[in-house]
Ligand binder design. Structure first.
Ligand code: APR
Length: 250
């Protein structure tokens, strides 16, 4: 299918679901995970059990988080984030399922009730035992001086950014919403994900199995390309720059 045909079909649909990965934020200066220079090419992931049981693992983990937290102070959404927000403004967005923890989709104006953050958010820190939330600012300021986060002042539990680590259970409500949107999607558009992490990568398959038109916009090949109705192999900024003019009537 050509871009013009995809745009013609997309223009008429109102139950569009976007599914994004770290690739949509690289043009804002946030590194993804698996491209050259990505997070997992520079840090080894800290699994949830390691984080809970080992002080050395927690030190390693917070060092990695400090790098991205510094970034978040200045990063701004890019044309990809704003283009998705425009779908909501046109009344076409059924929902946005993101694996990203950078909060750039809501910063670009997508209503929070339209966003599901499957892997949580780096914009909050909470206690693993009582779930009390803490302002990340002072915690990262002390980390810059080499001071690790103190135990929770309410229950003595461990503090952790509110993201989902490997081996940590997925957020139940978020998974339920993502499942509902994937089953109801008329068009399901993957943007900037390598589609190698489960269970997140099952949602495009669920959408396709329930009759959605499936599109994949990504620089590198993904395991689901063969089942997509439309593939754009290139930069996300370029994709939306080509697509957006084709969506406006006239
Ligand atoms: N334009 C198009 N595609 C891009 C761009 C860009 N500007 N930048 C990166 N990409 C593509 C890369 O080709 C890559 O396939 O985005 C994809 C990003 O893949 P990953 O780095 O694997 O990120 P993601 O798919 O979001 O990872 C899923 O893995 O470690 C976990 O929790 C983490 O949420 C993350 C999950």
């Amino acid at each position: 299918m050509k871009l013009e045909e995809f745009a013609r079909q997309l223009r008429r649909r109102s139950e569009v679901v976007f599914f994004t990965g770290a690739g949509i934020s690289t043009e804002s200066g946030v590194p993804d995970f698996r491209s050259p220079g990505g997070i997992w090419t520079r840090y080894a992931p800290v699994y949830y059990d390691e984080f809970v049981s080992s002080e050395a693992a927690r030190i390693r983990y917070w060092k990695m988080k400090r790098e991205t937290h510094e970034l978040y102070k200045n990063v701004r959404p890019n044309v990809g984030h704003y283009s998705i927000a425009a779908f909501e403004q046109r009344g076409q967005l059924l929902g946005l399922i993101t694996q990203n923890v950078d909060g750039l989709h809501t910063l670009a104006g997508v209503s929070p009730e339209r966003v599901v953050e499957l892997h949580g958010t780096d914009r909050k820190v909470s206690c693993l035992s009582c779930e009390k939330e803490f302002d990340p600012g002072p915690i990262y300021a002390r980390l810059r001086e080499g001071v690790m986060p103190a135990p929770c002042d309410a229950c003595g539990g461990l503090l952790k950014p509110a993201t989902v680590s490997f081996g940590q259970s997925m957020p139940v409500a978020a998974m339920k919403r993502a499942q509902e949107w994937s089953e109801a999607a008329g068009v399901f558009i993957v943007v900037g994900s390598s589609l190698v992490v489960q269970p997140a990568a099952t949602f495009p398959v669920i959408a396709k199995q329930n009759g959605a038109l499936l599109a994949i916009v990504n620089r590198d090949p993904t395991p689901l390309d063969a089942m997509a109705d439309y593939n754009f192999r290139g930069a996300i900024g370029e994709f939306f720059t080509l697509l957006n003019p084709l969506l406006s009537d006239g």
